[in-house]
Design a protein. Structure first.
Length: 112
């Protein structure tokens, strides 16, 4: 059995400069725990695989393609492969999101 505790997983280096932790990294999928503090955001980017986001806590703005939507806890969002996407925390509380990439990416993410 493999068990991962998010709070004990090291923060990974990333081009966004925010708290991201790889909590599942196996042959067929990758899962990342993202925390955006108030006022933080990701850089707009495109991933080579499908991604789904599950909002664990807080509120934020998700941008996928040419759409931006306000989302909150217990919301799941699908982002197709090769489509621009981004996250913004415009609230006054932490935003925590589970990110799952399937299949596990082998190509590079394109930062804009």
């Amino acid at each position: 059995m493999e068990i991962t505790k998010v709070s004990e997983t090291p923060i990974g280096k990333n081009p966004h400069g925010v708290d991201t932790r790889k909590i599942y990294d196996h042959e067929n999928a990758l899962a990342v725990h993202l925390t955006l503090k108030p006022g933080e955001s990701l850089r707009r980017h495109i991933t080579p695989v499908d991604v789904f986001f599950y909002v664990l806590s807080g509120r934020g703005v998700v941008e996928i393609g040419d759409e931006k939507r306000d989302v909150e806890e217990d919301t799941i969002i699908h982002s197709p492969a090769k489509i621009l996407h981004c996250w913004y925390n415009e609230s006054d509380e932490d935003l925590r999101v589970l990110i799952a990439k399937t299949p596990r990416p082998t190509g590079k993410t394109i930062l804009l």
